[in-house]
Write a protein that binds this ligand. Structure first.
Ligand code: GRF
Length: 192
């Protein structure tokens, strides 16, 4: 695939709180011509997030935010995103819930990846819950973000088989691999 960071790419901010494997993967895909987005900003609410290392590695601006007063913080981020001309927000393991006002201002332009087959298992501990319920399949979902947790319209979803010997950790690994396939594909889908 040809690599290009062109002027026509949609300026994207990725919000993280931890490891950032989805962030790294999105950066990789953003460099392919076929994928119409560029990663221009990394936002983290956690100054110790491992994923912040990709800011230096790939020369992408980062901003660490301290969440004291939620509404005030959200307003500050919003203004910053506007200043940076960000057009799309990808949440990737971001552990904060954005305010209604924030979401309203970026309506239709915030998406999230969730490690379950939504609408099943919104919230945390998805893998453990799927295994405990003896589900045959779990998976991951990319969806639009609304003010209700893990609820917006689904963009793409991939199923993953749960084996008898799977633990939450092994299942998380298998699902994460699929996350890395569907997140860039979902962005491409909504931007094309
Ligand atoms: C992923 O499993 C994602 O679905 C969930 O948080 C995890 C983030 O992983 N929302 P990473 O930080 O991208 O490696």
């Amino acid at each position: 695939m040809k690599k290009l960071i062109g002027p026509k790419k949609v300026k994207t901010a990725v919000f993280i709180s931890g490891k950032g494997s989805n962030l790294k993967n999105l950066i990789k895909f953003s460099r392919f011509k076929k994928y119409p987005f560029s990663i221009n900003l990394i936002i983290s609410n956690n100054k110790k997030a491992k994923g912040l290392k990709y800011s230096k590695k790939y020369n992408i601006e980062k901003k660490i935010i301290k969440y004291d007063k939620k509404l005030k913080t959200d307003k500050m981020i919003l203004n910053f995103l506007i200043k940076k001309k960000i057009e799309l927000i990808c949440l990737a393991g971001f552990m904060k819930i954005l305010s209604k006002n924030f979401i309203k201002n970026f309506k239709g332009k915030i998406i999230n990846i969730h490690p379950s087959l939504l609408p099943k298992y919104k919230g945390l501990n998805t893998h453990l819950r799927a295994i405990k319920n003896n589900d045959k399949f779990s998976g991951c979902t990319v969806h639009h973000v609304t003010s209700k947790l893990d609820t917006g319209k689904i963009i793409l979803q991939i199923k993953v088989k749960i084996d008898k010997k799977d633990t939450p950790e092994t299942l998380a690994k298998k699902i994460l691999k699929k996350e890395h396939l569907i997140y860039p594909a979902a962005i491409k889908k909504i931007l094309n």
